[in-house]
Structures are given as C-alpha cells and as structure tokens.
Design a protein around this ligand. Structure first.
Ligand SMILES: C[S@@+](CC[C@H](N)C(=O)[O-])C[C@H]1O[C@@H](n2cnc3c(N)ncnc32)[C@H](O)[C@@H]1O
Length: 250
C-alpha cells in the first residue's frame, strides 16, 4: 500500500504535468474516471476561455446542482484550473467570495492566470492540501469539489476539515468517483490508477458514513449517469462511477 506522501507526490506529478501541457481534453484522468466532462455541465461555458475549459478534469457538475446563494463564501477543494470556481463566482456575485484550494503549484499558476484573464476579483486560489485546509473555522457557506476527494489518502481527515471550515448550516456539493461495494482488485492496483481517480475511490456506504462520522447530516449520494437510472443497486459491484454527494452541517 503506498504511503500518504507517495500518493500526494504521484498526484501532484500527474496534475502538474497536465497543467503544464494542458492535456485535459486529450489525456484526462482515464476512460472511466474524471476528465473530458465539459459536455456534462448544465451551465453555459461559452464565456469561459479555453485556458479554463481545457483544464476541466472533473467527473460531474457540483456547482449547478449546489445550493449557492448570492453573498455566499464558496470553497472548492482541488480547484485545478478553476472551472468550478469561475462558475460559482457568477452565483455568489460581487458580495460573495470563492476560494479554490489546490496542492499542485502548476495548477495554481494556471488558475490564478485564469482569474486575471477573467477579471474574477471575487475568486482567490490558495495553496494547500484538502487534508489541512488553509481556511478559518466556521467561515464557509458551501463546499464544492469535483473529482478530488477520491485522490486523498486520508478521506476521514478531509471530511473533518470540511466540517471545521463550514459555518453551521453550511452545505456540501461534491462530485466524486465512488464504488458500489468493495473496489475490484483488478482496478485497485498501482499509483497511476490512484491518480486517475480510480484506485482511491470509496464505497458509497463508506463515503456517506465518513461524512456522518465527521458530523454531517442529510447525506445523500446520487449516481450521475442516467444509465444508472438513479438506482445504486443496478451498478455492478466494484466498478467505479461518478456520483453527486450532498450533506449539511447542522
Ligand atoms: C481530477 S483534478 C480536478 C480539478 C478540478 N476540480 C476540475 O474539476 O477540473 C484533481 C485536482 O485536485 C488536486 N488535488 C488532488 N489531491 C489533492 C489534495 N490532497 N490536496 C489538494 N489538492 C489536491 C490536483 O492537484 C488537481 O488539480
């Protein structure tokens, strides 16, 4: 089993390379995992430059489905090139704020350059790990994340950090890769598989339990694909799929 720091390093290396070469639309995260998902956004992306959309590496659309209000402070875990931050910025408006956190320097550089290009003055990008969020306690209204938590080697810590950062009443809207039942051993091998958002995917039950253990209430997990007809039981055991996870801090 790889250690936490080996996983962080492999993930940072992979996403650093993607940020440097802007190969999101060519290489993505792998055929069954995150990436290549511009077509899945309900929001209109036409006003976003290619420098943002070519780095869309998520596995869902957590912003359109989130309860984001004008004036909110939104926090995006693993912001990448910033696509969800820029979409959220429109919804929080000039009285709100969006904070994107990422641990890969090349991604932060791309995201910050995109913020300048878009004159997105209500968006900032902070360097940090989602296991130790660089935000104050009880300061965030809504947490977003798109295909990132599966990459963390310490998910209970991420869930505790999310709970700490949220204000009471704060909401969570996360797209992530999960499994229904234990991951197939064929899939769960190797570091590349981990950094492709596959090997680190949690069983949906453990995901929901993890959030509840951290203190969250009203936890829901909904498969993204229409093909799944919203029925977890129809998804074959051990196969990774994308889901929307919502929760609330009471
Ligand atoms: C699959 S990409 C998703 C990027 C973005 N959310 C999107 O939808 O395009 C994963 C991103 O999360 C970042 N990341 C992965 N693990 C992280 C961690 N433990 N702490 C902070 N950032 C992390 C990576 O650097 C990368 O930018």
């Amino acid at each position: 089993m790889p250690t936490s720091s080996t996983i962080h390093e492999a993930v940072r290396e992979r996403y650093g390379e993607i940020a440097r070469t802007a190969q999101a639309s060519l290489e993505c995260c792998g055929p069954n995992a995150c990436g290549c998902n511009n077509g899945l956004y309900a929001a209109d992306l036409s006003d976003l430059p290619t420098s943002v959309t070519e780095l869309s590496l998520g596995c869902g659309d957590p912003v359109s489905l989130a309860d984001i209000r004008a004036g909110d402070v939104a926090l995006d875990l693993g912001a990448g090139g910033g696509i969800d931050c820029f979409l959220a910025a429109k919804r929080v408006g000039p009285t709100g704020r969006v904070i994107g956190v990422d641990m890969t320097p090349e991604m932060l550089e791309r995201a910050r350059a995109n913020a300048v290009k878009l004159n997105a003055t209500n968006v900032e990008f902070r360097a940090g790990q989602i296991e130790a969020l660089p935000v104050e306690d009880n300061t965030v209204d809504v947490i977003l994340s798109n295909c990132v938590i599966n990459l963390s080697p310490d998910k209970p810590r991420v869930f505790r950090e999310m709970f700490r950062a949220l204000k009471p009443g704060g909401r969570v809207s996360v797209s992530d890769i999960v499994t229904n039942g234990p991951m197939s051993p064929l899939v769960a091998k190797g570091l590349q598989s981990w950094s492709e958002c596959v090997a680190g995917a949690l069983d949906v039950k453990d995901y929901a339990e993890g959030l509840k253990t951290a203190g969250f209430v009203d936890v829901t997990v909904t498969p993204k694909d229409d093909a799944a007809n919203g029925l977890l039981s129809k998804i074959p055991a051990g196969v990774p799929f994308s889901a929307l996870i919502t929760a609330r801090k009471s």
